[in-house]
Design a binder for this molecule. Structure first.
Ligand code: IMP
Ligand code: MG
Length: 182
């Protein structure tokens, strides 16, 4: 497949992602082996591919639901203001909730999600995040399961976008800085 012109380099290839997601699924399956009612809450749109792959590798019963939050729009700058656009359908009270997110950058989004879900009295609440940019953190948020740490670059592919582009690339790639810094 042709690498798009605005992609600088591939950071994590398909095979490496697949192996790591398999490991995460094994860990989650072990940790939740004795609970019923595990609910995976995927954060739209960025986590849709990660969640689909992770969920299909789980060896324990689980349900899948989604939540949608406001995004950065077309820029690469976080306002720190998070808005809920679509809520989950399921009532999570007394259930085990695992938030599945594509990437933690400033931490504002995951911080908002954890606070929001904590008020709904779940039996437990954890996060499973594919990518983290530790150098960009403004809010200290707990990540219980992490795929990869990456440097401070804008990444696309495997669900992640730039202005809604490149979500379905099979790998995770860094955009050319001139694309998002202009
Ligand atoms: P935070 O609230 O600053 O941690 O940002 C988290 C959200 O910003 C993620 O859910 C992504 O939707 C988006 N985001 C942050 N960095 C990137 C990136 O490099 N590529 C694509 N989306 C990103
Ligand atoms: Mg997101």
């Amino acid at each position: 497949m042709q690498v798009p012109a605005d992609v600088e380099r591939i950071l994590i290839d398909e095979k490496t992602i697949e192996q790591r997601v398999t490991e995460l699924a094994r860990q989650v399956s072990q940790d939740y082996a004795d609970v019923d009612q595990l609910i995976l809450v995927g954060v739209l749109k960025g986590a849709f591919i990660f969640l689909a792959d992770l969920a299909r590798k789980l060896t324990i019963p689980h349900r899948v639901d989604f939540i949608a939050l406001s995004s950065y729009g077309q820029t690469a700058t976080s306002s720190g203001v998070v808005r809920l656009i679509m809520d989950v359908k399921v009532n999570v009270e007394g259930r085990h909730v695992l938030i599945v997110e594509d990437i933690v950058d400033s931490g504002h989004t995951l911080d908002y999600l954890l606070r929001n879900f904590a008020t709904r009295n779940p039996a437990s609440l954890r996060s499973c995040v594919l990518l983290s940019k530790p150098g960009r953190r403004r809010v200290d948020v707990p990540i219980d399961y992490l795929g990869f740490e990456i440097p401070d670059v804008w990444v696309v592919g495997y669900g992640l976008d730039y202005a809604d582009k490149h979500r379905t690339l099979p790998y995770i790639a860094a955009l050319k800085p001139e694309v998002y810094q202009s």
